[in-house]
Design a binder for this molecule. Structure first.
Ligand SMILES: [Zn+2]
Length: 333
């Protein structure tokens, strides 16, 4: 993704009041779920294993650089498809091509896992799975690819773990898990050169007339000591989703991780999803408030498994699990 500094002004700093109650979640070893008696989280939700999410991340990184057109890319795609197939009711393997900024025609594989395909009420969770072919922000080996543990594998790792849990605890509404390809093949100088997979999917969804009431994008969600501010496009296009999600995180005791700091608009997959399909989608993305940009290892060779922490994966994963079972829409039986 890339920054979209000042093109769109951040929303005023008016946030809805968020519950300040502390976490009251209790482990329920019997049925593998967690309960809470605080208002935003009223429904039980499956517990989240950061260890498992970490293993799913490691597996992706072990394939090598997941760069469109490479063997590692094709092998990882097949593995992601197989994993989703083992968890979801239906899986779609969307194979297409795109012409990139460098005029190369590259394969683009979006993979979509579906729970409750017939349900009209739907929420969509997404993450990009490709890895950046260059280390632009590094001081050495700038033209060589990066492991992209946080910038790519982390969101997918969290979503695979959530999918694994959904198989055991089916949701009461439709949930779609989308792995977008070719998010990080862009160059800032070329307009719309990032997010090629989501650009395609938003205009050509996996099923005709596909609609979800809300969406959540995970991008760089495993970094050590990560902080997630309120990204401005998310607030503009889906402020009600972000308020609800941040309230859940606050209730879980993660208020210092999901902060109310305004983050400049970021051109990420959620932007193209909203543009192409009008699905209000938020972006949960690590942002370093001190540097006022992404983490120091962003698009460098330091974005490997050592940049990732299970603590962050747990915070994001648990918040997402609670959100899936306490969505920001009224579920009709
Ligand atoms: Zn990136």
């Amino acid at each position: 993704m890339k920054k979209l500094f000042f093109l769109i002004l951040p929303l005023p700093l008016i946030w809805f009041a968020i519950s300040t109650s502390s976490c009251t979640g209790t482990e329920d070893k019997e049925d593998d779920t967690v309960t809470s008696d605080v208002s935003v989280i009223s429904q039980k939700y499956p517990d989240f294993s950061a260890d498992s999410a970490f293993v799913f991340m490691q597996k992706q990184v072990d394939f090598g650089y997941r760069i469109p057109g490479t063997q590692a890319h094709a092998r990882c795609a097949d593995w992601l498809f197989a994993k989703l197939k083992s968890y979801c009711d239906t899986v779609h393997y969307q194979k297409t091509t795109a012409v990139a900024w460098d005029k190369k025609t590259i394969p683009v594989y979006n993979i979509v896992g579906v729970f409750k395909p017939k349900s009209i009420q739907r929420g969509v969770w997404a993450s990009h799975w490709d890895s950046r072919p260059w280390a632009d922000n590094d001081t050495i080996r700038k033209n060589e690819p990066i492991a992209a543990a946080n910038d790519g594998a982390s969101g997918v790792g969290v979503l695979l773990e959530l999918a694994r849990n959904l198989k055991k605890n089916p949701p009461s509404y439709g949930i779609d898990i989308v792995f977008f390809d070719a998010e990080d093949y862009g160059k800032s100088e070329y307009e719309n050169s990032f997010c090629l997979g989501s650009q395609h999917w938003a205009k050509n969804p996996h099923t005709p007339k596909y609609k979800a009431q809300f969406g959540v994008l995970l991008d760089m969600v495993g970094g050590k000591d990560a902080v997630f501010g309120r990204e401005s496009l998310s607030m503009q296009q889906a402020g009600w989703v972000m308020n609800h999600t941040w309230a859940i995180a606050e209730e879980l005791g993660y208020g210092s991780t999901f902060t109310n700091e305004t983050v400049y608009p970021i051109t990420d997959d959620h932007h193209y999803v909203f543009q192409g399909s009008q699905i209000p989608m938020i972006d949960i993305i690590q942002h370093d408030p001190e540097r006022n940009t992404f983490a120091y290892y962003w698009h460098t060779h330091a974005d490997d498994m050592s940049a990732v922490s299970k603590e962050t994966l747990l915070k994001v994963g648990k918040t997402m699990s609670a959100l899936m079972f306490n969505p920001p829409i009224q579920i009709q039986p």
